[in-house]
Design a protein around this ligand. Structure first.
Ligand code: PXL
Length: 465
């Protein structure tokens, strides 16, 4: 079964908004995407340099061509440049009714007009009345409703006024209102509902496009409109939170974060199992296991918290001269190591895996000699206000350790303990295989030392730049 959705929007050459955001969103939600392009923009993360609208007749041609052979279960509109284009699109949906999400797009986030005044008059009079859902932000809602929206009750009044134009549901997005929570107004036939979320840090280029595309995709898959809106909200919060810089300006949202996270689950578990097997074969490793025992962890891409980090619930223990884990890896099985790698990722490092080892000067020295970048923090220097917050110690320590090596990517981090706190060494890596590669050279170097000879492992092992 293939579900299909259509987007009618502008192309963003920067890849973050418009057609590009919509297609990523459709496919992330397992919906086949069709595209009717209204305009081509020349833009990046800093500016919209130019806009090249396509003739209304060519918009019609694209619409009729995809509808004739392929068809679609739902559609959305984004940037529509000219009044003639709106006329063509409204004419098409008047003749061929389909679930339609209208996302009014008037200005780019970087501040350029993406439409004409004749177009938004036509949008209001001809297209919005045909819409199943309309998704203005407060600026767009102000323009359509004809008064300035400054707070939540204005947003409700604006939603009411827009609904009067004849559409089904109006979602006035509250992202541009102040406050540490974001509240969207969902209005349908005299009933108001509020959709709340925490305000997340992150880039927002393409957020409106991805949100409306997600609603469209869920509708294409047959979900009721209200549930489609609720799920789209969750989807967009994740996409904003995991936005990544691609240029010097506004970060685009990341509609693929959820998909990559979900698809990484099997790989994370199987890599941990394979890496553990290598550790169990590693002669002399049991001496490196601390009192609290070792754990080996790996996070999913774009982890939300320790629930997205897998490790061994039983930990790794000395066993008959070697080592063993008496459980399979599971998500949520580590708190300490999870906090460490989550903090390292927050600092921008591609470090998704770690193991903890018993501290010794000899071990730290060996790591240095092997050319690893070794960060250090002193737990006795932990400020009182950090101590009081549950779970804050490790992130604080990780930040200190990274500072201790000038902000560069660490390969190893250690601390020498405090009252009741065992000193510990963490070996870090992109994935558990890199961690085990490092363990292998470390174990070899240490046993070489014990035999009295110098290590023959080249320092060039250290791969990160
Ligand atoms: O996010 C609104 C938007 C929609 N469509 C295109 C855009 C933008 C913002 O830049 O460029 C093509």
């Amino acid at each position: 079964m293939v579900y299909k959705a259509l987007t009618i929007a502008g192309s963003d050459s920067g890849g973050g908004a418009g057609i590009q955001a919509d297609l990523k969103t459709f496919h992330a939600l397992e919906v086949y995407g069709l595209t009717v392009i209204t305009a081509v923009t020349a833009q990046n993360t800093v500016e919209v340099r130019d806009v090249y609208p396509l003739p209304a007749e060519f918009v019609r041609c694209q619409l009729e061509t995809v509808a004739y052979d392929i068809g679609f279960d739902s559609a959305k509109t984004g940037m529509i440049y000219s009044g003639e284009q709106v006329d063509v699109i409204a004419g098409f949906f008047y003749e061929n009714p389909k679930p339609l999400v209208v996302d009014p797009v008037f200005r780019a986030a970087v501040g350029a007009d993406l439409t004409t005044s004749r177009a938004y008059e036509a949008l209001k009079r001809k297209l919005i009345p045909l819409a199943t859902v309309v998704t203005p932000n407060i600026d767009e809602a102000s323009i359509i409703a004809g008064f300035k929206v400054e707070n939540l009750s204005d947003a409700v009044r604006a939603a009411e006024a827009i609904a009067e134009l004849g559409c089904g549901v109006v979602v006035v997005k509250g992202g541009h209102l102040r406050g540490d929570r974001v509240v969207d107004v969902v209005y349908r036939r005299g009933r108001v509902r509020f959709l709340e979320s925490a305000r997340v840090e992150g880039g927002t280029h393409g957020a409106g496009c991805s949100f409306s595309a997600a609603i469209t995709a869920y509708i294409a898959r047959g979900l009721p409109v209200d549930e489609s809106i609720d799920r789209a909200k969750e989807f967009i919060v994740d996409a904003i939170r995991f936005s990544e810089p691609v240029g010097k300006g506004v970060k685009p949202v990341n509609p693929l974060a959820t998909l990559y996270r979900d698809s990484g689950r099997f790989e994370v578990i199987s890599m941990l199992e394979e890496a553990l097997a290598r550790i169990e074969r590693l002669e002399g490793f049991s001496k490196l296991i601390p009192e609290v025992r070792s754990n080996l962890v790996m996070s999913l891409p774009y982890p939300r918290g320790s629930e997205d980090v897998a490790g061994f619930p039983s930990r790794i223990s000395p066993y008959r001269g070697g080592v063993k884990a008496f459980s399979k890896p599971e998500f949520g099985a580590s708190r300490h190591l999870a906090r460490a790698i989550l903090e390292l990722q927050k600092l921008g490092f591609d470090i998704r895996s770690a193991i903890n080892l018993r501290y010794s000067e000899e071990l730290v020295e060996a790591c240095r000699r092997l050319g690893f970048r070794v960060g250090f923090y002193d737990r006795r220097e932990e400020p009182e206000d950090i101590k009081r917050v549950e779970g804050a110690t490790i992130p604080w320590g990780i930040r200190r350790a990274v500072e201790s090596i000038g902000g560069s990517r660490p390969d190893v981090i250690y601390h020498t303990g405090d009252w009741g706190k065992e000193p510990m060494v963490l070996i870090l890596g992109r994935d558990p295989f890199e961690v085990v590669d490092r363990l292998e050279v470390i174990v070899k170097a240490i046993s070489g030392d014990r035999r009295g000879g110098a290590s023959d492992t080249p320092g060039s092992y250290h791969r990160s730049s």
